[in-house]
Design a protein around this ligand. Structure first.
Ligand SMILES: *Cc1c(COP(=O)(O)O)cnc(C)c1O
Length: 371
């Protein structure tokens, strides 16, 4: 069997083990310790000074973001339908109701026109949405100027799910810092990893203080254990933060490598049968996953099966949330873009550690399907 090629494997930079060793030597093997604040500070300076709370996952960050915005039982939250379920599940954790909005075709991000239609519809129904969750899908920034303008006009706070978009920028500003609260993930498949982890970002320091408080069991200041609100065990561990410090040192390189993978696919495959999303003016994508849409008569399922036979992992694009059994019956404002991308698209192996030989192996399988 040929060597397995994974979709998006972890890629260590070399300094991670040193930081982890330091955590062991100093016995900071807990969700407290010097790597956590150092990781937060280093991430903050990478993200132009935004406030950072390091957490156990991106999902936890979205959950806390909803709590910080006071989203409660029965409230409506406008969400991108084209995303991973972890963007939406926390809406249910707080007992709120997702209202799904489809994508526009240039970035696959939330369609601003449909967003406005949705906001008006919900306000007319007497159910003004409590928050909007926008996703930068596969690293491509959504049309944030239009989205934030609407959010300001209608006075609805925005959570920016940048779990897939660390290292991307929009109008020169880092993804994750463009809305009221940003969310990052350091899961094993993301552009950098802490093995598992996430972060909540905000320029509002009260949000950061509150997020850290809720993430560490909401202990009130007292020598004994005193609690006046429900807490969570959501803090990143000092060991994982050590891995993150090493990974941050190679982040720009990882972005460069992922973008090279994407460019390679375009050079080899972009012809009449396949299309790829270009970057609109002012956006820079980390190209977390290289996605391709099959516009000809070869179904993406055939490509996936052919790659699988060669021990190469690929995946369909995210199945839109309005099509998921668990969210059946939720209100959705649709235009066909996410369903089309889901049925015609495929995510190709995108790891920053792919070699040219690996890439040739992948593209040869796909090109052979046509001959
Ligand atoms: C990965 C991901 C998340 C969740 O992050 P975890 O750290 O795995 O909990 C949320 N939203 C999107 C869009 C993601 O891709």
């Amino acid at each position: 069997m040929k060597k397995k090629i994974w979709l998006s494997p972890p890629h260590m930079g070399g300094e991670e083990e040193g930081f982890v060793k330091e955590a062991f030597e100093t016995n900071w093997i807990s969700p407290v310790g010097p790597h956590i604040s150092a990781f937060e500070d280093e991430l903050s300076s990478y993200l132009e000074g935004v406030g950072v709370a390091a957490l156990s996952s991106g999902t936890a960050a979205i959950h806390l973001a909803l709590l910080l915005l006071d989203v409660n039982q029965g409230d409506e939250v406008i969400c991108s339908t084209f995303t991973f379920s972890a963007s939406i599940n926390p809406v249910r954790y707080v007992g709120a109701v997702p209202v799904f909005v489809d994508s526009e075709r240039d970035t696959w991000g939330m369609d601003p026109e449909l967003l406005e239609k949705t906001i008006k519809d919900r306000i007319n129904a007497g159910r003004k949405p409590k928050a909007i969750i926008v996703v930068h899908l596969y690293g491509m920034p959504a049309q944030m100027n239009d989205i934030m303008r609407l959010a300001r006009v209608y006075e609805i706070p925005v959570i920016e799910d940048a779990a897939e978009a660390l290292g991307s920028t929009y109008d020169g500003k880092p993804a994750g810092t463009l809305a009221d609260i940003g969310v990052l993930s350091f899961n094993g498949n993301k552009i950098i990893t802490t093995s598992g982890g996430g972060a909540l970002l905000s320029r509002n320091t009260a949000h950061i203080t509150r997020a850290r408080f809720l993430a560490t069991q909401a202990r009130d200041p007292a020598p004994h254990y005193e609690h006046s609100v429900i807490g969570y065990n959501y803090r990143l561990s000092n060991v994982c933060a050590g891995i993150g410090r090493g990974q941050l040192r190679v982040l720009d390189n990882r972005v460069k490598q992922r973008r090279e993978v994407f460019d390679y696919y375009i050079r080899k495959l972009a012809q009449e049968h396949f299309s790829f999303l270009a970057e609109p003016v002012g956006t820079f994508s980390n190209r977390w996953l290289s996605c391709m849409v099959s516009t000809g008569n070869v179904r993406p399922g055939l490509i996936r099966e052919a790659l699988e036979k060669e021990n190469i992992e690929s995946r369909p694009l995210w199945k839109p949330m309005h099509l998921q059994p668990v969210f059946r019956g939720c209100k959705s404002f649709l235009n066909g873009v996410s369903e089309y991308a889901f049925t015609r698209g495929i995510c190709l192996p995108s790891g920053s550690n792919l070699t040219t030989a690996d890439l040739d192996r992948i593209t040869d399988v796909i090109i052979r399907l046509f001959n």
